[in-house]
Write a protein that binds this ligand. Structure first.
Ligand SMILES: C[S@@+](CC[C@H](N)C(=O)[O-])C[C@H]1O[C@@H](n2cnc3c(N)ncnc32)[C@H](O)[C@@H]1O
Length: 244
């Protein structure tokens, strides 16, 4: 008789990013307040029968949430963190959480720029959260995500230049180059223009940082030690003929 390994991996030895509820009072101690981010994302409450692609899944919080909401198939993809480019971080969290949750979420190590219909097929709902500002060519990255989206693309990203009236994008050349620097941040008009350029007909800005906080960020930006945490999630409905 084959023995089945039902032992759950030790989660205390993992350097978590996401805060994932693994059940029975066990929650992963991630740096990220994932449940709050989830609330801002306007994630479809019911994903029954839908296919869901998570680009840049890291520990998989959103992939597991999509499965919990009934998605018929979920694919978690990542490359940068999973391949060890951020010191101390890895794919271990995703693998451990999947085992703890007895999840059927699939995984594929693939760079966001390699995403294409040939490589991954098409997906009803695609999530691109927290990735765009880490890449030097966000327009191309969005085009890759758009190329595999059937119904809804949900984008969450950093924005800047809030008080600029034209579509614009801030460019950063980090003085202290960490392992995962931020390179770009469009303003809301800018991301809207890029998404239109990618073929999206209907774009909804679901969450935007409050004005007070945006003003404070604009002031902070004048500091040479500039840092900020402006991250408005923006779900984009591409095909309104196939609404969720
Ligand atoms: C802030 S995490 C976001 C994780 C998750 N999507 C979320 O929103 O909570 C950034 C993600 O982008 C990926 N990433 C970071 N830098 C990247 C790069 N230069 N090229 C491709 N992917 C990158 C990481 O592997 C990681 O999955």
């Amino acid at each position: 008789m084959k023995s089945v390994n039902t032992r759950r991996p030790d989660i205390s030895s993992i350097n978590w990013f996401h805060t994932i509820d693994l059940g029975n009072g066990v929650v992963t101690p991630g740096d990220d307040n994932s449940p709050v981010k989830l609330k801002r994302l306007a994630f479809p409450p019911d994903l029954s029968g839908k296919t869901f692609l998570d680009i840049g899944a890291w520990d998989g919080f959103f992939s597991f949430e999509a499965e919990r909401r009934g998605a018929a198939r979920v694919l978690a993809t990542d490359s940068y963190v999973w391949q060890g480019n951020v010191p101390g971080k890895s794919k271990a969290g995703f693998l451990a959480a999947r085992q703890w949750l007895s999840s059927k979420v699939e995984d594929l190590e693939i760079d966001p720029f390699a995403i294409s219909p040939d490589r991954v097929g098409h997906w009803d709902v695609v999530l691109l959260a927290g990735v765009l500002y880490h890449v030097k060519n966000p327009w191309l990255c969005l085009e890759r995500a758009a190329s595999v989206t059937r119904e809804l693309l949900i984008v969450e990203t950093l924005t800047d230049l809030r008080f600029c009236l034209r579509p614009a994008m801030a460019l950063f050349s980090p003085v202290k180059r960490g392992s995962d620097p931020n390179w770009t941040a469009p303003n809301v008009k800018g991301i809207t223009a890029i998404l239109r350029g990618c073929g999206f007909m209907k774009i909804a800005i679901i969450h935007k940082t409050g004005l007070g906080r945006a003003l404070a960020a604009a002031v902070r930006l004048r500091s040479p030690h500039y840092s900020r945490d402006v991250a408005p999630p923006m779900p984009i409905d591409r095909a309104w003929t196939f609404p969720l």
